[in-house]
Design a protein around this ligand. Sequence first.
Ligand code: MCA
Ligand code: AMP
Length: 492
Amino acid sequence: MISLIDRAYTFENRTAILSDGKKYSYKELIAASAKVASNLLGGESDLEEARICYLVPPSFEYTAIQWGIWRAGGIAVPLCVLHPLPSISYVLEDTEANIVIVHSDYEQFLKPLEKTLGITIVALKEVLEGLSSSLPDISKERRAMILYTSGTTSKPKGVVTTHRNIEAQITTLTNAWEWSKDDHILNILPLHHVHGIINVMSCALWSGACCEFQPKFDAEKVWKAISSGRLTLFMAVPTIYYKLIAFWEASSKAQQSVFSEAASGLRLMVSGSAALPVSVLEKWEEITSQRLLERYGMTEIGMGLSNSYRGERRPGHVGLPLPGVQMRLVGADNQGVASGQAGEIQIKGASVFKEYWQNEEATKKAFTEDGWFITGDIAQMNRGLYKILGRDSVDIIKSGGYKISALEIEDVLRKQTNIDDCAVVGLPNEEYGELVAACLISQKSDIDFEEVTRQLKTQLPGYKIPRKYILRADLPRNVLGKVTKNKLKEYF
Ligand code: MCA
Ligand code: AMP
């Protein structure tokens, strides 16, 4: 039984999704997803955890596909609409998916993969047509979704969550933040990560609320939606609040007061996925009278810590473990640290993922022997609330809320002719949190950085492309020969 979908029957006539200016009821979502499921089954009784990839922008159809895959017993693998072909192809190969459902805008783009990977491309409109058949009963322990996340390895890893994990991730948040059927949220986040999929879309649909889609972030359109007065909730990464503030500042005085008045009426605004600069929190509060609620999460655990909905929301802090989440801070010896000391966050609970897709070794390494998930984030308890201090790895960069592996970018750079070696780091940046920067080592003294970027763009999505380059004779290294990235950051 998939509770998220079962619950939808109790909200049948309510609006589930507002997309492209059109309202879709829960009844329509149930019917469309049943058609998708029946088409995918094609007469079989159960997809038995077959991986079904889909390249569909945020929309009613996106949700119908995701629910349809689940109802047919498949594992949903959303693809990112911003990714170039090699990134998409990696996910298709890694999941060993046989089919990919594609929105018409991307059919031509994916065409080459039919030949190279032997994959079947199915047009979105085909799976939404026809009749529905009987559907299997799905146990909560079954795998439901794979989301790809970068880590301390070069290539992203597939994070597998079960239906039970997803339900726990959703209910933790709907309870803590008091979601109700009268809520209306705007989603401007990409739908291949937990933030958009779980915190925004799925929490809304669990609650019988309305999820409104804008397929791509656009500050003007967001302010317009806020000004409409129909939103009760808004959730975004710090970069988005930064960009909304910049748009507000560039607006006329009259416009500013319309925006401010409207934003002050929402019942909750949340920031997460990266550290929220106190300056952004304060400016947002100044212009909207809204104190942002900052929370901490990770693809592998859903949400872990949160400031309080009704109590204190302290700037620069991420609050306390959410109900149902067990957390401890440990030192290098894997033992709990004394109160007030810095330690690594480890998490246990029903929301923690099942495994990395077909990667037993990485899964084993990610947990302690007694079952705690090792996050790699360092925190400290400070006057009753936790504060994130940073990460234990310099190879992980957070830019615009996206998690990026420096090693992945380095691997692609090293394949370029003229680049003998390189090192990639994240530089502090107010707007993006961190900016990707690359130090190149080359025999040539006149490397064309624009050409380097052009070549990278064929292999990597835009948010992984370095924004700054320097050319040097060598890289700073320690006595063991390892690049000292903190030293390297000083060179920029
Ligand atoms: C875009 N640009 C950048 C970056 N991204 N420049 C530097 N660093 C970046 N990271 C540049 C582009 O190259 C372009 O410049 C210009 O900005 C506009 O590009 P565009 O793609 O339109 O950017 P945008 O739409 O303004 O993107 C900003 C964004 C986006 C909306 C903040 O990055 C975003 O949607 N981030 C959210 C990611 C997310 O959902 N993460 C959650 C994962 P030019 O025109 O010169 O080329 S974390 C998670 O799920 C866990 C569980 C959690 O805790 O939430
Ligand atoms: P992802 O793997 O994309 O799910 O990103 C998860 C990572 O984002 C965490 O391990 C943290 O490093 C970071 N993160 C998420 N929320 C916050 C926050 N509020 N403050 C600081 N870092 C955060």
